[in-house]
Design a protein around this ligand. Structure first.
Ligand code: PHE
Length: 413
């Protein structure tokens, strides 16, 4: 029954009024794509580890086995998220109960790893966020967290950047930092990330990738940037990064002996599917979850120490889509109506249709004279590996409609 405690990665966790994780999501936890041999997500992680360990420093420790169940303290508080940060919302994250959730990013482990003595690490892991449904969004995805610590001696030994660092308005440095050292740490971060993508995209005939740095904001780094690469005529965001907030070192290393104040560090968080889709030309994010050997077998010969061995994915024949619209009035009861969130609809469709759903798009929305709101969504159903029948999809659509009425209390039109 729905009231039974949750069983996740060997733990039994009590539900409460905050629980919103769905069975469909929990079923993904054991898949561990980033540890599956020949899987493109695992291959990308290995290629990146190879770059840092052989071209930058053998000190980078590769980690890929941390439990996705974390506390709100680890995922948010230790990373200095304000209490009212939207990332904490139940609309955006999968909570097991008020205190525990499926990690929304690999940064959740920074404090714990530093406290256990890891100073330089590459952590790959499955992450979970409630999101829209299309070819590049999936509620489970994988990130790699890179983290580098410099002690006082290492900071002195770092070269200065070609042009001096200047803080920009809107992307300030931390007051406690010497701007000269911020410049060195930021240059170390950005120059190696730039070399890393050049290393990954070193296929025969491939031109040098264009890279740009965009000022960004993360509660746990300052200054912060996003790195974008030019791909097929568009700028594509690959990662977030920045200079680690000093309170993170202080909490993890203790404030007593002053060692936390002597060191500085950088961190980055990179979307592994994003990068894998580009590098292996994988057109739909659901393919990563396919158990069809026609998917995995294509990557069997890729050597995870050699980016020139990367192959482009050849789609199995393209199967036809099937479109179904559903329109409904939001609940009359204003309290319930206000609570309706598109992400609840997306999770409901995933729970019923699993990976047969390709896209859910809001195609119409209006409020009538009486103030009642109507929404219409177009659901695209398509399988990645076979033809679907109209009867099969009609049956799924009927279940979606039933669940919408029963669970989200909408009035179907
Ligand atoms: N954790 C951030 C995210 O998921 C990315 C990030 C990691 C940014 C490390 C800065 C430093 O969006």
């Amino acid at each position: 029954t729905t009231a039974a405690p949750l069983e996740v990665s060997g733990q039994t966790i009590q539900r409460d009024d905050w629980t919103n994780v769905t069975p469909h999501i929990l079923a993904k936890v054991p898949r561990a794509l980033h540890r599956t041999p020949h899987h493109p997500v695992a291959l990308i992680a290995k290629l990146i580890e190879h770059y840092w360990q052989t071209r930058v420093s053998p000190d980078f420790k590769a980690i890929n086995n941390l439990d996705p169940v974390v506390s709100t303290t680890e995922n948010f508080d230790h990373l200095l998220f304000p209490k009212d940060h939207p990332g904490r919302s139940r609309h955006d994250s999968y909570y097991l109960n008020r205190d525990t959730l499926l990690r929304t990013h690999t940064s959740a482990h920074q404090t714990q790893l530093l406290a256990n003595g890891s100073q330089n690490f590459l952590l790959s892991a499955d992450c979970y966020r409630r999101d829209e449904i299309d070819a590049s969004h999936y509620p489970v995805f994988h990130q790699m967290e890179g983290f580098r610590t410099f002690d006082a001696a290492a900071l002195q030994a770092l070269p200065d950047p070609p042009s001096p660092y200047k803080a920009t308005e809107g992307n300030p440095q931390q007051g406690v930092h010497d701007p000269r050292l911020v410049g060195r740490v930021a240059h170390d971060l950005q120059s190696h990330l730039d070399s890393m993508v050049q290393f990954l995209f070193a296929q025969p005939g491939q031109e040098k990738l264009q890279v740009q740095w965009i000022d960004a904001y993360f509660p746990f780094t300052a200054p912060s940037w996003e790195m974008e690469v030019q791909y097929q005529g568009k700028w594509l965001e690959l990662l977030g990064c920045g200079v680690v907030q000093q309170p993170i070192f202080q909490r993890a290393l203790g404030e007593s002996d002053g060692s936390a104040d002597q060191c500085m560090g950088w961190a980055f968080g990179l979307g592994l599917e994003r990068l894998a889709m580009v590098l292996f030309r994988i057109p739909d994010i659901r393919l990563f979850w396919s158990t069809d050997p026609r998917f995995l077998d294509q990557f069997a010969k890729v050597d995870p120490t050699d980016p020139t061995s990367v192959v482009h994915f050849t789609p199995f024949s393209h199967f036809p889509p099937c479109f179904k619209d559903v329109a409904f009035w939001l609940p009359e009861d204003a309290a319930v109506g206000d609570k309706f969130h598109d992400n609840s609809m997306f999770d409901l469709v995933r729970d019923v249709a699993h990976d047969l759903v390709e896209n859910v798009a809001l195609i119409d929305e209006f409020t009538n004279k009486k103030g009642r709101k109507s929404k219409c969504f177009r659901i695209t159903y398509r399988s990645m590996d076979r033809n679907v029948t109209n009867e099969e999809i009609n049956a799924i659509q009927a279940k979606v409609r039933q669940a919408l009425a029963a669970e989200l209390k909408v009035e179907l039109r």
